[in-house]
Design a protein around this ligand. Structure first.
Ligand SMILES: [Zn+2]
Ligand SMILES: [Zn+2]
Length: 393
């Protein structure tokens, strides 16, 4: 099979054959042929959005400010006040950088796009059954699912060719559908979604504490120095403290404000996207409760911060499986003539990549059809009767 795989051709015909990039597709990894606008580093281990200049600015700002603080304030404070100041500052800095890099470099919860046969299957399944000859009626582009008694509309993504699971949205910057999409954050150079939201939240909280800590220490440094000298002389003695003070003072308001806003979202199990769109706001006087809320502040916080970390669905470091080989697998498992050939009857429910992990479970397995790329953890049903109701609208 491997011998008959198509090969990647060298773009420069003048290069000697041994220098050409003749690699069988089997030796390529999924990240090398990834259709979205993401950038990959370290052989696909790191995934980021295409534009990460603002992320570089975030890193420089944090490292620069903390570096100035350690170089010019910490020696004085550790001698005059306590040695705990540089230790606490160092630990906070490490935690901030750890959560920042984890948010920036990880898969936020990208949903793989449908393969050509899957997209064709969806189109076929959704096409009106009683179509008059010569009359084209576009298939329905919405579906309803029921989550805890709440009807949620699943929208069809024309780019990814899938029905987006509840809470998912297509990021225009990264060109991917992301599970439990919160927002695209240029400051961390990545989407914030189901797989990295907790690290993003911890980053905001720890950065707020770090800013307040540095601000307090710098003020203490200037006050103590002013007692020995005049205030102006103290500023002349340590001008970098004044600079660190200005940076921290202006940063702390925005960072702490954002941390406060996300604390409200975490305690309500909401996403920024849902909050802005008012997804769960009462409509026309009718009650419209968030079905994902645990019902208590503590339950929601535990769910978002301490819930299980779901595996990445894009399997970016796995080898690329040639289309022909996928079709072989599909044919064996589905007993159809070719992967593009769609069974006429009976119309099985349309393929959905994966319904939100927080809402539905094994009852929904049949809607997957012959997909093999969905991880087993993607279906959980929190609805009372475990019922998935799907109907085209
Ligand atoms: Zn999409
Ligand atoms: Zn994005």
């Amino acid at each position: 099979m491997q011998n008959s795989s198509p090969i990647k051709c060298c773009s420069d015909a003048n290069l000697p054959i041994e220098k050409c990039d003749y690699r069988p597709i089997m030796s390529q990894k999924n990240w090398e042929v990834f259709p979205g606008r993401n950038k990959f580093y370290c052989d696909g281990r790191i995934i980021m959005s295409r534009s990460n200049c603002v992320f570089a600015m975030t890193v420089i700002l944090i490292i620069g400010t903390t570096g100035l603080f350690f170089a010019f304030d910490c020696p004085y404070l550790s001698e005059k006040v306590t040695l705990a100041i540089p230790i606490v500052g160092g630990l906070l800095f490490l935690f901030v950088m750890g959560t920042l890099l984890r948010t920036a470099f990880s898969d936020p919860g990208i949903i793989p796009r449908a393969q050509a046969d899957e997209a064709a299957y969806i189109e076929k399944s959704l096409a009106p059954q009683t179509m008059e000859p010569g009359v084209y009626r576009p298939p329905a582009r919405q579906m309803d699912v029921e989550v805890k008694g709440q009807i949620i509309k699943l929208k069809y993504c024309f780019t990814c060719k899938i029905f987006r699971p509840p809470r998912a949205s297509h990021c225009s910057m990264c060109d991917n559908c992301v599970e439990r999409f919160d927002h695209h954050c240029p400051w961390v150079g990545n989407c914030v979604g189901k797989r990295n939201y907790r690290y993003f939240y911890l980053f905001l909280v720890s950065l707020s504490i770090h800013c307040i800590f540095i601000l307090g220490c710098v003020i203490a440094h200037l006050v103590l120095l002013s007692k020995e000298l005049s205030f102006l002389d103290a500023l002349k003695e340590t001008p970098t403290s004044a600079l660190v003070f200005i940076i921290s003072f202006f940063s702390v308001w925005s960072v702490a404000g954002l941390a406060g806003f996300h604390t409200y979202l975490v305690s309500s199990n909401l996403t920024t996207n849902e909050d802005i769109k008012g997804t769960w706001a009462a409509k026309r006087g009718e009650k419209n409760e968030n079905p994902y809320s645990e019902g208590s502040l503590f339950g929601n916080c535990c769910r978002v911060i301490c819930g299980p970390v779901h595996p990445s669905l894009i399997r970016r470091r796995d080898p690329v499986i040639p289309e022909a080989e996928k079709n072989d697998v599909n044919n064996k498992t589905n007993n159809t003539s070719t992967a593009i050939s769609i069974p006429d009857v009976p119309p099985t429910p349309p393929i959905i990549h994966d319904i939100d992990t927080e809402s539905l479970q094994s009852q929904s397995a049949p809607i997957l059809g012959n997909r093999t790329s969905i991880s087993s953890d993607t279906f959980h049903d929190e609805s009372e009767n475990g019922l998935l109701k799907l109907s085209s609208v």
